[in-house]
Write a protein that binds this ligand. Structure first.
Ligand SMILES: [Zn+2]
Length: 135
């Protein structure tokens, strides 16, 4: 996967281009959510679980947070396991990741999820040439 500096560069470009109301802290939170879910869950504010409990569309996201706290979510949430047999599974995890971002941050945050996953996939394709993305 690309370094976070590359993820952050393209996230800032997306935020500016689409005039999204997303600050640098949220960009970093989304990167942490995807690449280090255990660390992300440990650093969530105390009120997050309570807020989710009150939102019918987001109640089940508390299960995701608890799985992350128990270190049961892998880096990249299986979104990179694209293969002929696993594409359905990857798509399911990607949608769950998007919903988590929407419930905890905002609708726009799910765009950052898509960008992060797309850059990870590009880095798989171009493996050693990710230096090009820094320019
Ligand atoms: Zn990643």
């Amino acid at each position: 996967m690309p370094r976070w500096s590359i993820h952050q560069k393209y996230a800032r470009l997306l935020v500016n281009k689409l005039k999204l109301r997303i600050d640098h802290g949220m960009i970093r939170s989304i990167d942490t959510l995807i690449d280090a879910p255990h660390e992300w869950a440990k650093n969530l504010g105390i009120g997050v679980l309570e807020r989710l409990k009150e939102n019918d569309k987001c109640k089940d996201i508390r299960i995701i947070i608890n799985l992350a706290k128990l270190n049961m979510l892998p880096t990249d949430w299986y979104t990179q396991r694209i293969s002929e047999y696993r594409i359905g599974t990857s798509a399911h995890w990607l949608e769950l990741l998007r919903r988590t971002a929407r419930c905890i941050y905002s609708d726009d945050a799910s765009l950052l999820v898509d960008l992060h996953v797309a850059l990870d996939m590009l880095s798989k394709i171009f493996s050693s040439n990710m230096e090009e993305f820094k320019k």
